[in-house]
Design a protein around this ligand. Structure first.
Ligand code: NAP
Length: 274
């Protein structure tokens, strides 16, 4: 049985073991997946031990998505562009880094019936998750307008794809940028349990009736933002599809086994939503 982990600090709340062990059981894959709290100063020791113990790979969450980069022997081009990894495979004592948040988000949208090609997206936030979403959407052919509390970070994101991504002010009820939006994505931590909440939701009134409102947060699901969007009659997508699709893509990297999403989606949806 090969060992996989998710490492982070904190990480005990992670749903990754549930997702990966559900897929391995369903597909008969000889892997087991566990949570491992690793403090920043323990990273080098964890990597040595993981290689020596024959661990097949691990997922990384806060604070390691960027801290791992100097330790890697190889980096996927997408992860290199983002400067962040969430999936590390160990092969022949070497570490190879990937980012599955980026393709995972576009896969989640497509599963939802939304093709980003030619669409206009308004993205709230400019942190790690927002960067992955902005790159995924722009590479899939969407225009991405980024609004962030710290405007300089929204501007910095545009360098990922200057032709397709541009900064906008934080949206208001009459924001002209919202009238043409096909997709609004919340990639801030506003609305997450234990974090702050949006002080004003009136920007939802500026969205056209066909706009999809997506929140990366899955605790709670739905968030207040999605509840209000639904009340306005807008289609919504919570954070679970991203969580699920980034895990499917990570397990493909770990095992080298193609995983048809339809084969695992019902079991994964049931596992995380119950
Ligand atoms: P991050 O790098 O810390 O970024 C946080 C973002 O939230 C920044 O843009 C920050 O703005 C903004 N923000 C925080 N507090 C704010 C406030 N009071 N008012 C306005 N903006 C505020 O975090 P992240 O890793 O990108 O994660 C962002 C969210 O996505 C989290 O809620 C996380 O749970 C969720 N997420 C979900 C998945 C999934 O699988 N579904 C995956 C990854 C992340 P400033 O730049 O101004 O600080």
């Amino acid at each position: 049985m090969k060992q996989l982990y998710v490492i982070g600090d904190p990480v005990a709340h992670s749903k990754s073991p549930l997702l990966h062990n559900t897929m391995c059981a369903l597909l008969g894959l000889d892997f087991t997946y566990a949570c491992r709290t690793v403090h920043k100063e323990e990273l080098a020791a964890f990597l040595t031990a993981a290689k020596e113990s024959g661990c097949a790979g691990f997922n990384a969450t806060m604070p390691f998505k960027e801290l791992l980069l100097p330790y890697l022997d190889g980096l996927d081009p997408l992860a290199k562009k983002l400067g962040a990894v969430n999936t590390i495979c160990i092969e022949c004592n070497k570490l190879y880094g990937y980012n599955t948040d980026c393709p995972g988000y576009t896969a989640a949208l497509r599963q939802h019936g939304f093709d980003p090609q030619g669409k206009q997206a308004v993205l709230l936030g400019a942190g790690g998750a927002a960067k992955a979403v902005a790159l995924g959407l722009s590479e899939a052919g969407a225009t991405v307008l980024v609004a962030n509390r710290t405007a300089s970070k929204a501007k910095a994101i545009t360098s990922l794809c200057p032709d397709k991504i541009r900064p906008i002010p934080w949206p208001t009820a009459d924001a002209p940028d919202l009238a043409g939006a096909d997709l609004l994505v919340n990639a801030t931590s506003l609305g997450m349990a234990g974090q702050g909440e949006f002080s004003d939701f009136t920007f939802l009134d500026a969205l056209p009736a066909a706009c999809l409102v997506s929140d990366l947060i899955y605790h709670p699901a739905p968030t207040e933002l999605l509840r209000r969007a639904e009340a306005r009659g807008l289609a919504t997508m919570d954070g679970f599809p991203l969580l699920i699709h980034q895990a499917i893509l990570a397990l493909e990297h770990f095992t080298g086994h193609a995983i048809p999403p339809d084969q695992v989606l019902p079991a994964l949806e049931a596992a995380v939503r119950n």
